[in-house]
Design a protein around this ligand. Structure first.
Ligand code: MIC
Ligand code: SF4
Length: 752
């Protein structure tokens, strides 16, 4: 048995009683989110707690880490001086596999090129009692849903799409590695108590509409910022019609609207999924307390009273959507898509359709897409675009192969890639991408920021459901609408694709030969972890220096980033993923994707030591060498996207002291705080305009740094004039300690 039955038994034993106690003390009906959050508060926090006031301390049940972020997380954990993780934890090797020729060859090459990193992750896991999922086992979120997620539980994961587990009724939150270290060392984990958005689903989907379209629609309504600081709770009769993995898709892409997480209440679909994935013990336990694994009836009858915001979607009316390009919230209904494509001059030819990823790679997803492929075979059609499939896990892949689904994809010209992230995170050796040609691709993934999939800034990436992506790949054009349009087949006949059909759970059950799991050693005292000092992939961490007790004076502006600046802009993935365990090497990608406000160029900023325009990392290194601290200035939702803490550790490593922005994305703001940086935001957003390229910048008020108290920024312009303005911050006492100590990890040391 892979899942932690005892831990779940313990969690359930206390759960109902806690919820009842909380309901009484709060004196009102509870949402599901509140039930789970409150029941995971640490004891002192539970006693002292008042909702919405401030940060609260939690004890999550488990931790999941993927290979690209686990390296930093575990390097930090190794510094914490513990023998074993305090809660069940797992590592999943999924991000480092490059997609090129197909599953088998790609996996062999990945095992070779990433050998050192895989060995490191596997031996650290073994040593500290962490479950290890080998390369090829699948994408973290699919594997977690299949094996570990449980209704009413709480987990953190070092990946923003950890939220996928909300599909199985879990409060699952994406965090940086340093947060995961808190949980793995048994310390309380801190989270700002979220606001609650209720999403009421009525009706039932049909035809081409699928779960993906619900979240594509929600993203259109709320935008990439709209979920910041919020948990979305889905409910209503429509919710119970969606499969468990479909719910996972919806929760997964909640990361794209900045939501802390999303969740569905326990229902028959979750029960079916637990039983179908060999966890009948969990299902039976959940069945016994099912009323507490969903929101109270009164809450769902009067959602406006209990949620901070309510959105209602009638699934019977919902059209399929296609979101993009360049941002996941630009939502266009299918019926308007071809007109919108023309109006905006987006390239009409569809070069590649890619299905799979952690968002959409369940058995149901594959059957729906395969039902389109099957029709194509029958109707003498094949794909006009390139077409790739990434199954979410070995279990799904094995079962899909057994049931003939993969064969259907291959028959229409598809290539089945390894069970891994692959093209979704730029691990894609796409031929021709280096030519920077303007082109369109469509994926069933979740993110579509510029350069993300293939490094080409002119690739227009659109996000849709797997079945729609398959239909578009068959048509090879964005001006196609499968609901209304005919296609011409190989015999010159006009044919039409019928609505997709899916099967939620495999009729013959799931099957797998080798799921790819390695359990940790019982006695790990002899396991040694070696990091070669000459390695260019791994580097042991040095603690960051503590604050020197004074205001920051005479800082230089490193870059004033203009417009969208996601973690992909701050610390690009793709080719750089190989340095995720080596802080100094990966720092050479710092902000290379950000647009310099002063010249509209990427990776070209002025070095005031010699007047040259150079790459961001090299200028940062030049200032660092001279002992000059620097400031990054950013726009709205700075650090949107992923959980990668490299986006915070790299600037810290290269001498940046302050990140000053119009607004932050949640995980990134916390990551900056954890690494001992100053994360500040303009009180008056127009003050962004006051910052000039050649300013010297002081941060005043640090000796009285306190929660809720603004800090002053003083600009010394080169013409001799000075300007001052206020900046706000969201540090609490504890986080101010991290700043003073140089990082959160340094404070753990101090306490030991
Ligand atoms: C992503 O989808 O951007 C990633 C790659 O999964 C990241 C994590 C990472 O950068 O390693 C995420 O979403 O957190
Ligand atoms: Fe992997 Fe893409 Fe999912 Fe991130 S979003 S975990 S890169 S599949």
């Amino acid at each position: 048995m892979i899942f932690d039955l005892e831990m779940i038994q313990r969690a359930y034993a206390a759960y109902s009683e806690k919820v009842e106690w909380i309901r009484k003390s709060v004196g009102k009906p509870l949402t599901l989110t509140e039930k789970i959050l409150y029941s995971h508060l640490t004891e002192p926090a539970l006693k002292a707690y008042e909702r919405g006031k401030d940060y609260a301390n939690f004890n999550p049940d488990r931790v999941a880490m993927q290979d690209a972020t686990a390296q930093m997380a575990l390097l930090q954990f190794m510094q914490a001086g513990k023998n074993r993780v305090a809660v069940p934890s797992t590592v999943h090797c999924d991000h480092l596999i490059q997609a090129k020729s197909g599953a088998k060859t790609d996996l062999t090459i990945a095992n070779e090129t990433n050998k050192e990193v895989y060995n490191f992750l596997s031996s650290v896991s073994n040593k500290y009692g962490i479950g290890f999922w080998k390369p090829g086992a699948g994408i973290i979120h699919q594997v977690v849903l299949e094996n570990y997620a449980f209704p009413g539980g709480m987990m953190v994961g070092t990946d923003s799409h950890t939220v996928n587990a909300g599909g199985l009724g879990m409060v699952a939150i994406g965090v940086g590695g340093a947060d995961a270290v808190d949980v793995m060392t048994g310390m309380p984990w801190e989270l700002k108590f979220p606001k609650l958005i209720g999403v009421k689903l009525t009706g039932k989907m049909s035809g081409w509409t699928s779960a993906k379209d619900i979240i594509l629609k929600v993203a259109g309504i709320l935008t990439v910022k709209g979920g910041t600081g919020c948990i979305l709770e889905y409910f209503g009769e429509g919710a119970t019609t969606i499969s468990c993995t479909g719910k996972g898709t919806i929760c997964n892409m909640g990361a794209e609207i900045g939501a802390t997480t999303s969740i569905f209440g326990y229902d028959q679909k979750m029960d079916d999924y637990l039983r179908g994935t060999d966890r009948k013990e969990v299902a039976s336990m959940a069945d016994k307390i099912m009323n507490e694994l969903t929101g109270d009836t009164k809450v769902y009858e009067n959602p406006e009273t209990y949620f901070d915001q309510v959105i209602e979607i009638d699934l019977s009316q919902l059209e399929p959507h296609i979101n993009g390009p360049f941002t996941p919230d630009l939502a266009t209904p299918l019926s308007e898509f071809s007109v919108t494509v023309k109006k905006n001059g987006w390239p009409e030819k569809l070069e590649v359709g890619l299905i799979g990823s952690c968002t959409n790679s369940s058995y149901e997803d594959l059957t729906r897409a395969a039902s389109i492929a099957e029709q194509a075979i029958e109707k003498n059609l094949s794909v006009k675009s390139e077409y790739t499939v990434t199954p979410g896990s070995e279990q799904v892949r094995y079962t899909a192969e057994r049931d003939g689904l993969l064969n259907k994809f291959e028959k229409i010209g598809g290539v089945v890639l390894a069970n891994a992230c692959g093209p979704c995170i730029g691990q894609w050796a796409r031929h021709g991408a280096d030519k920077k040609e303007k082109n369109s691709i469509m994926t069933s993934f979740n993110r579509n920021f510029a350069k993300r999939n293939d490094g080409n800034p002119n690739t227009h990436a659109f996000v849709a459901s797997p079945e729609l992506t398959t239909a578009f790949a068959i048509a090879g054009s964005l001006s196609f609408n499968p609901v209304t349009d005919f296609l011409t087949n190989e015999k010159g006949e006009k044919v039409k694709l019928e609505e997709p059909k899916g099967i939620e759970m495999p009729p013959l059950g799931f099957e797998v030969k080798d799921a790819g799991y390695q359990a940790p050693a019982e006695d790990s005292s002899s396991v040694e972890i070696k990091v070669n000092p000459a390695s260019d992939r791994l580097q042991l961490l040095e603690p960051f220096a503590p604050w020197n007790g004074e205001d920051l004076k005479g800082l230089r502006l490193l870059i004033k980033a203009k417009g969208k600046c996601t973690t992909d802009h701050i610390s690009m993935a793709g080719p750089w993923l190989k340095y995720r365990g080596h802080l100094d090497n990966i720092s050479d990608n710092l902000l290379i994707g950000a647009v310099n406000y002063f010249n509209d160029k990427t990776n070209k900023i002025k070095n005031f030591l010699n007047g040259d325009y150079r790459e961001v990392p090299s200028v940062a290194r030049a200032y660092k060498e001279k002992g000059i601290g620097t400031v990054i200035v950013g726009d709205e939702n700075y650090g949107e996207g992923s959980s990668r803490e490299h986006a915070a550790m790299e600037p810290r490593h290269l001498g940046v002291k302050v990140v000053l922005v119009r607004s932050f994305a949640r995980i990134h703001e916390t990551n900056l705080k954890k690494q001992g940086m100053l994360a500040l935001s303009f009180v008056n957003k127009a003050d962004y305009d006051k910052i000039r390229e050649d300013d010297l910048i002081d941060i005043v008020g640090l000796t009285e740094f306190a929660p809720g108290k603004n800090l002053t920024v003083r600009l010394k312009h080169s013409d001799g004039s000075t300007e001052e303005f206020e900046t706000a911050h969201s540090y609490n006492e504890n986080q101010i300690d991290w700043f003073r100590a140089g990082s959160a990890l340094n404070t753990i040391h101090k306490r030991q």
